[in-house]
Design a protein around this ligand. Structure first.
Ligand code: 5AD
Ligand code: SF4
Length: 516
């Protein structure tokens, strides 16, 4: 039987084994992050013992294969985990934190649902996100039948909905652990409770009691990282479920954010994406209020950081101060994601967006005047309750006038408990027909706009080897457009000059210029 690490062993009787759950729980420290570090060790001891049994019985060999098993043993791994992210950048960042905890416990990342532990970090912004999760859970039922030791976890936005939890309890009893958006830092302890209780463990908080920092994070890319600057949303757009599942707006203190960015820079990160549901209202609820523009200027001063992005901006809060900061800060990318949602002032009012079509267009003019090469992207919802053909034409009109670099288009999806759910719905066929027309318009314009830099030289952050073409790499321009060009892995994580030789509609083919 595997032993505990020194820190835990000191707190327990010498005879304690990894399954003496009550004793282990009773000796856990009360304060964070020490408590979670303790449970990571306790989980590690338990899974190490289980892994040794699997090796002894020959199960490990048949599960992982000889080569992978030897590699896992060499690296001190005790099982495999697949963290699957649904939804937005905030969820992607949360998944990096979850994976950081799981790798510290000793799990090896395994990018398939054949893993020993499959964790879905869910989204619920539209109903199809929920349906996808139910579909995947059905598929995992068979996998678990073949491997009863397998663990299945669910977390993220969808878990903050009581109806979803009820349905999972009723119809998906093979799920092992469930937690929400406010307590992801507690994963190690929740996993421990699942092992100790031997049955489905559900731990959902209605609001954020504490923000626990200083837990491990496993970044997907060594050279770029998301940084949460705030959590939650106070806007209550009438169609949106986010304020209900992510809670009220909470900004992190600027010093904590800057500390994190400095540490990331020291660790080789050159691009940061500042994350929040509505970054433009950053800092309003701090004890010493601070604007997002002021934060951006301070981030711009961090040595080692070369590119700064942010997501998402609400048009109603986008100040001239922020436009000036974007223009002045040399590291801030000239790209702005500015969700329009609808071009009709009547619908915007029903959506509770707090701006009109004219105000949106005037804002775009101000931004383009200050930063002529800005790339603008957007989100648009089609078929919001009560949307008429005239309202839809207003949306098309804005799309034609602004000429977005790209637009994410969504069919309106009813979210239970939101004000729009009680309004008169647009028939599905009408919605779909409008959606097709919008998509066509958006794609045609994007195709024309995206090629506008053909023949020019642009700074490119090289992100990976090209998936489709040997001897090529893939990088991103400041405006987020992708370019493929000849190169090798030594370029990954560096920023270089590339000639954009040919536009392929939504991406470029290029050629790197010699350094100098
Ligand atoms: N239906 C369709 N799209 C929605 N979005 C948010 N809620 C809904 C909904 N109920 C879209 C908005 C938002 C993006 C993240 O998702 O366009 O900007
Ligand atoms: Fe949802 Fe509106 Fe908040 Fe965005 S700003 S998360 S659309 S409520």
């Amino acid at each position: 039987m595997a032993l505990f690490c020194h820190d835990i062993q000191e707190k327990l009787p010498a005879t304690a084994s990894v399954t003496d759950f009550d004793q282990i729980r009773a000796a856990a420290p009360a304060g964070e992050p020490e408590r979670q570090q303790y449970f990571m060790e306790a989980d590690r001891a338990y899974f190490t013992a289980r892994f040794e049994q699997m090796i002894a019985s020959g199960e490990a060999l048949s599960r992982y294969g000889k080569e992978r098993l030897e590699e896992m043993q060499k690296n001190g791994r005790i099982g495999t985990v697949d963290v699957v992210t649904f939804g937005c950048q905030m969820n992607a960042r949360d998944s990096e934190k979850l994976l950081g905890i799981l790798e510290t416990i000793g799990f090896q990342e395994w990018e398939s649902e054949d893993a020993d532990f499959v964790l879905y970090n869910t989204c619920t912004v539209r109903d199809n996100a929920n349906q996808k999760v139910y579909g995947r859970l059905g598929y995992l039922r068979t996998k678990k039948r073949n491997n009863p030791q397998m663990l299945i976890g669910l977390c993220g936005c969808m878990m903050q909905e009581p109806e979803a939890i009820e349905k999972i309890r009723r119809s998906y009893s093979h799920v092992d652990l469930i937690f929400g958006t406010h307590n992801i830092f507690k994963l190690a302890e929740i996993l421990f409770e699942r092992i100790a209780n031997g049955k489905m463990t559900v731990d959902i908080w209605e609001s954020a009691k504490e923000i626990v920092e200083d837990l491990p994070v496993e970044r997907k890319y060594p050279f770029k990282s998301g940084v949460n600057i705030m959590f939650g949303c106070n806007n209550f757009c009438s169609y949106c479920i986010v304020p209900y599942v992510r809670g009220r707006e909470r900004s992190r203190k600027p010093d904590e954010i800057l500390d994190e960015i400095r540490k990331l820079a020291a660790d080789g990160v050159i691009e940061v994406m500042l994350l929040g549901q509505n970054v433009n209202s950053y800092g309003k609820n701090l004890s010493e209020p601070m604007t997002f523009a002021a934060l951006l200027r301070r981030v711009n001063e961090v040595d080692g950081i070369k590119r700064i992005r942010f997501m998402t901006s609400h048009p109603k809060d986008l100040s001239d101060e922020l436009i000036d900061a974007m223009r002045d800060c040399d590291k801030v990318c000239h790209h702005l994601h500015l969700p329009l949602q609808s071009g009709s002032s009547r619908i915007l009012r029903k959506m509770n967006r707090k701006y009109t079509k004219e105000e949106y267009l005037a804002l775009v003019d101000r931004i383009r005047f200050a930063i002529p090469d800005i790339s603008l992207t957007t989100d648009i919802i089609v078929g919001f309750p009560g949307e008429t053909e005239e309202d839809f034409q207003e949306t098309l009109d804005v799309v034609r006038r602004v000429r977005f670099d790209s637009a994410f288009t969504f069919l309106y999806s009813v979210r239970r408990g939101t004000p729009a759910a009680a309004m008169e719905q647009v028939p599905e066929e009408v919605m779909k027909e409008r959606f097709e027309r919008l998509l066509k318009e958006v794609q045609q314009i994007a195709g024309e706009v995206c090629g506008r830099e053909t023949g020019q030289v642009r700074r490119v952050l090289v992100e990976s080897l090209d998936d489709h073409k040997d001897g090529y790499v893939t990088g991103r321009l400041e405006n987020n457009i992708v370019v493929h060009f000849p190169g090798d892995e030594t370029l990954i994580g560096t920023i270089i000059d590339v000639v954009l030789e040919e536009s392929k509609g939504f991406y470029y083919m290029g050629r790197a210029l010699p350094k100098g």
